[in-house]
Design a protein around this ligand. Structure first.
Ligand code: HEM
Length: 137
């Protein structure tokens, strides 16, 4: 739930592009063939109509309920070109976190400055300094 919520607010690859091969009607819009569509992931991931009034807040508990609609959350894209590495990415993150919390408690450093920036992928502009304390055995 924590990983899902982090990827909702800060999707690593927030821009998806698609091109229509034929004339197509999407909702009320008639879109000609060869139109490039920019899928604004942030507009969906931050939409209070989908996520509620606390849409901008970090709340992993919102993922306790299954999603009502597939297209409300897509940090790995959707459809035939969905990310082939999504399961590897999540398993890797869980393993790394599990290895860290076995040995350390950690908190965000007071020197952290919240400045997400997109340089191809989204990343913390000034890094994410943490303070680690070894867990006594
Ligand atoms: C948190 C980690 C990751 C995120 C958020 C992410 C996100 C994405 C997104 C949004 C797309 C575009 C999907 C679309 O257009 O519908 C994509 C495509 C892709 N990703 Fe990832 N990805 C991650 C990790 C990985 C890893 C670990 C691998 C490989 C080991 C990987 C390999 C790929 C490949 C090959 C594609 C292109 C798939 C295609 O066009 O058919 N990704 N990813």
């Amino acid at each position: 739930m924590i990983l899902n919520e982090a990827l909702r607010l800060y999707p690593a690859a927030p821009i998806s592009l698609r091109e229509t091969t034929n004339n197509v009607k999407i909702g009320g819009l008639q879109i000609p063939a060869k139109t490039q569509l920019f899928i604004a992931m942030a507009a969906v991931h931050y939409d209070p109509k989908i996520w509620g009034d606390d849409a901008k807040l970090f709340n992993p508990m919102r993922f306790i309920e299954p999603k009502k609609h597939l297209a409300t959350y897509f940090p790995f894209g959707l459809g035939p070109r969905i990310c082939v590495g999504q399961n590897l990415a999540i398993v890797e993150a869980k393993i790394v976190l599990a290895m860290i919390v076995r040995k350390y408690n950690f908190v965000v450093s007071p020197s952290y400055v919240h400045a997400p920036v997109q340089v191809l992928t989204v990343r913390p502009k000034y890094g994410a300094p943490m303070i680690l304390h070894r867990v006594s055995s």
